[in-house]
Design a protein around this ligand. Structure first.
Ligand SMILES: [Zn+2]
Length: 270
């Protein structure tokens, strides 16, 4: 087993062609590009992990291989990540990738799931829990087109397949611009509601707009999450702050060449 594993987390939003009048077309990645990117990672020996699996493996590599902790995995409250399960995830090259989707656009289900199923990708979707089956309210206020959000049925099907659901607040606010009480409620209610509605454990959080500070970070920890993702570019290294996990954003204009460079470039840092 390699002593230098490489953990990266990719950040996507919507899968599909962007509508002509989209204000933020960058947030769309076509199905074709997504498929090509996933196949590239697969062909280069990456193992696709949910963030709970990624955390379990990270601890295995960096916390003295201590497997005393049993991890709740997301699909069902009763499931634990057993040692055997974890050991099965280990790959010789130590290449691990967590695919994440922020917001919970329905396009992740309607366009993205086929690609994920075909390639055995287990990803993590950060859902705005107050907008299940609704539309992208916060984005519309920023001038974006209406986009359907995942409905309860879509979420259930994705959970059944093995997708992990993370929390992305209830209403998608800038967490540093509201009171600590409101911020805490946004996190805690989002986690609780998703857990109750889907009968899962919600272990990870993503800060809306990547907006956080020390106080907000402490609240995420207090709310009972295992970690949280930001939008700053980088990989997950030894000693990384799990409440400010770097990611690699993939956008509409990320050419295949750029994608490979992004994945390769983070590799240069170790
Ligand atoms: Zn968001």
């Amino acid at each position: 087993m390699t002593k230098n594993p490489k953990f990266i987390i990719l950040l996507y939003h919507k899968i599909g062609e962007y509508p002509k009048n989209a204000k933020f077309p960058g947030l769309y990645v076509t199905e074709e590009n997504f498929d090509r990117q996933i196949k590239y990672l697969k062909n280069h020996g990456y193992t696709f992990l949910t963030l709970s699996e990624l955390k379990a493996l990270y601890d295995y590599y960096y916390c003295n291989g201590n497997l005393d902790n049993k991890y709740n995995i997301n699909v069902n409250r009763q499931d634990k990540i057993s040692n055997d399960y974890l050991i099965n995830l280990i790959n010789e090259k130590g290449r691990y990738v967590g695919v994440t989707f922020d917001d919970g656009s329905r396009t992740v289900y309607s366009n993205g799931l086929r690609v994920m199923k075909e390639n055995g990708v287990k990803a993590t979707v950060f859902m705005v829990s107050g907008l299940i089956g609704s539309v992208n309210d916060w984005d519309i206020k920023n001038g974006e087109n209406e986009d359907e959000m995942l409905a309860m049925d879509d979420l259930k099907k994705m959970v059944n397949y093995g997708i992990e659901i993370g929390a992305h607040t209830k209403t998608h606010p800038h967490l540093t611009q509201i009171s600590p009480e409101e911020a805490y409620n946004e996190m805690f209610a989002s986690k609780n509601d998703l857990e109750r509605m889907l009968n899962i454990s919600v272990n990870f959080f993503a800060y809306p707009y990547g907006d956080y500070n020390k106080e907000v970070k402490a609240l995420v920890e207090k709310a009972g999450f295992w970690g949280a993702c930001i939008t700053k570019t980088g990989r997950v290294k030894k000693g990384s702050d799990f409440f400010a996990l770097n990611r690699i954003a993939v956008r509409h204009n990320t050419s295949f060449f750029k994608f490979k460079r992004k994945v390769f470039k983070v590799k240069l840092f170790y």
